[in-house]
Design a protein around this ligand. Structure first.
Ligand code: FAD
Length: 538
């Protein structure tokens, strides 16, 4: 990589990414530690995930009162959400509110994609280059690049020949897409696809959904928040802060202690029915053993499959949609607004790609093994190169000229998901090996960002120049990540993106830490108390 040496701008800390992670990291390092900081961001505004994901139906699955920063009481008092789950536009408004309140934009450089970052051992600093050939030098490099910011568009033969338009949900045009009078094909039925289907179907002339993997989904039951609930949240944010911090997934509800075997079948069905009516991710919290015991999980899986069959009137569609081959919540559990009901419309078709796979795209549409679909627009709801993709995309080179790509050839190796051995002073917010995508992420982000702040403060107080994760402790951490994952059903789902299975050629390693946010936070706190045990300080 050619590192330009002229016009280098120098900083104490460069933060990559202006989403939840990057904004709070800037507040912590600039305003609390008085460091000279700069945020580099590919997009032209703050928002991260919600800057890019403006697809029809894009909405948070975390309830709004939990999908918030909790570090500032003033901010909690000043901001009020309007719906049970915030939509993408409202989250962008929130992120802009935060950026304005803390005067963040003056230290963010937009339209600057980091294309290379190299650790220079002679100066113990990072040299960073962006796509505009801007050159920066910084003691600390904080990758706040997100877990889901690298879109995955499958390499389908002939796509470039398509005469219509095609879009990935994670890189949606800022001014939207007009589906009126259009024949649309949507590939993918994960959390995103499930949100998009009902909205696109309501607008388009016709929608064909191409499903590779059938998926569970629970009704979100989104609704405007009442004034009473808004007041309740404003007056009780300390209660919610504590609750969110103590639950394994960082959501604002407790996971029940009871096991499926503790109740009768009738009671079990009543519990599921009530949770279905209430809606949302709380369905997962109805019993303690849903994620650890296959037999218990089967009761929830069967309940949802029955709901699908009852909802979808077309028998063929109902069979394809309920033919689910993995345990409930073994993959990221979607929630929806009238997803299964959308298949009762006259203008929708469903293709089971397991029985009728895509062969190629041509100028007019998609050819499957058995059929042809004439299309004006193709929507790729095909997800992300999750967790490792955005980090690898920065072309990071550490000590001894070793690249992150080389070091992670067999899968990500980190200490706590915060640092990688051989890459001093590089911190990864919600990196692989941390709870990240298994949690309500703003909570996991706050924990990481504050830990990184405290670590840097410690280094400055003690006059350390570098910090680097020890190889031995990183290996031990990798074993811990595997051990806790294997206590759950999550690694058994072999086509899950948690394992990297959605990306051809990606090493299949279970990436997030499944031991829960409270336990993880405790481990991080203990390491901090022991003067950053497991890290090499020099
Ligand atoms: C569709 C969707 C729905 C989601 N729903 C939920 C939910 O319900 N609950 C939940 O907790 N989480 C959800 N998430 C996860 C979401 O990513 C996090 O909640 C949160 O937004 C992550 O914030 P972040 O700042 O860490 O990363 P991001 O929001 O991804 O921001 C990272 C930023 O880094 C920038 N960046 C990346 N690489 C570079 C580079 N090389 N150079 C410069 N800039 C770069 C990107 O442009 C992006 O703006 C969802 C994610 C998606 C995609």
């Amino acid at each position: 990589m050619n590192h330009i040496k002229t016009n280098t701008k120098e900083y104490d800390a460069i933060i990559v990414g202006a989403g939840f992670s990057g904004l709070y990291q800037l507040i912590c390092l600039r305003d609390q530690l008085n460091l000279k900081c700069l945020v580099l961001e590919t997009g032209d505004d703050v928002g991260g995930t919600w800057y890019w994901n403006r697809y029809p139906g894009a909405r948070c699955d975390t309830e709004s009162h939990a999908y918030s920063y909790y570090f500032s009481d003033d901010l909690l008092k000043e901001w009020t959400w309007t719906e049970r789950y915030p939509g993408h536009a409202e989250i962008r408004k929130y992120m802009n509110f935060v950026a304005d309140k803390f005067n963040l934009k003056k230290d963010i450089s937009f339209k600057q994609k980091v294309t290379s970052a190299k650790f220079v051992e002679s100066t113990n600093s990072w040299e960073i280059i962006t796509n505009n050939s801007n050159n920066y030098k910084s003691k600390f490099l904080i990758a706040a690049v997100g877990c889901l910011s690298n879109t995955n568009t499958p390499n389908i033969k002939g796509l470039n020949d398509f005469n219509g338009q095609y879009y990935h949900t994670g890189n949606w045009p800022q001014n939207g897409v007009n589906f009126q009078n259009k024949k649309v094909g949507q590939i993918g039925t994960g959390s995103t696809g499930i949100q998009a289907v009902p909205v696109i179907a309501a607008e388009a002339q016709h929608l064909t959904v191409f499903q590779r993997t059938a998926n569970y989904s629970i009704p979100a039951r989104n609704k405007p928040l009442t004034d009473q609930f808004k007041k309740h949240v404003r007056e009780n944010f300390n209660f919610y802060k504590e609750l969110i911090k103590k639950t394994p997934n960082g959501h604002p509800f407790e996971i029940s202690e009871r096991l499926v075997s503790d109740v009768t079948e009738k009671e079990m069905n009543e519990i599921y029915e009530k949770a279905w009516e209430k809606g949302g991710l709380q369905f997962r919290a109805t019993f303690n053993d849903l994620i650890t015991n296959l037999e218990a999980n089967k009761t929830a899986s069967d309940f949802i499959k029955n709901k699908i069959i009852q909802t979808v009137k077309n028998k063929k569609f109902a069979k394809i949609l309920s033919d689910i081959d993995h345990p409930y919540a073994g993959k990221r559990p979607p929630i929806d607004s009238h997803y299964f009901e959308a298949y009762n419309r006259d203008n929708i078709d469903l293709v089971d790609l397991k029985a009728d796979p895509i062969e190629h795209v041509d100028k007019n549409g998609i050819k499957t093994l058995k059929n042809y679909f004439d299309l004006d627009i193709i929507v790729f709801a095909t997800g992300y190169d999750a967790m490792t993709g955005p980090l690898l995309n920065m072309n990071v080179t550490g000590k001894n000229n070793l690249t992150l790509k080389e070091v992670w050839e067999e899968g990500p190796k980190t200490y706590l998901g915060i640092q990688v051995p051989g890459f001093p002073n590089l911190f990864t917010v919600t990196g692989p090996g941390s709870p990240s995508v298994l949690t309500n992420m703003p909570m996991a982000i706050e924990q990481h960002v504050e830990w990184i702040r405290d670590c840097i403060q410690f280094m400055l107080q003690k006059n350390y120049n570098t910090i680097e994760a020890s190889k031995k402790d990183s290996e031990k951490w990798g074993e811990e990540v595997n051990k806790v994952a294997n206590r759950t059903l999550l690694p058994t789902v072999k086509h899950s993106w948690y394992l990297g299975a959605n990306i051809p050629g990606k090493p299949q390693v279970f990436m997030p830490y499944a031991g829960g946010l409270p336990r993880y936070s405790e481990i991080c706190d203990d390491i901090k108390k022991e003067n950053y045990k497991g890290f090499i300080l020099a």
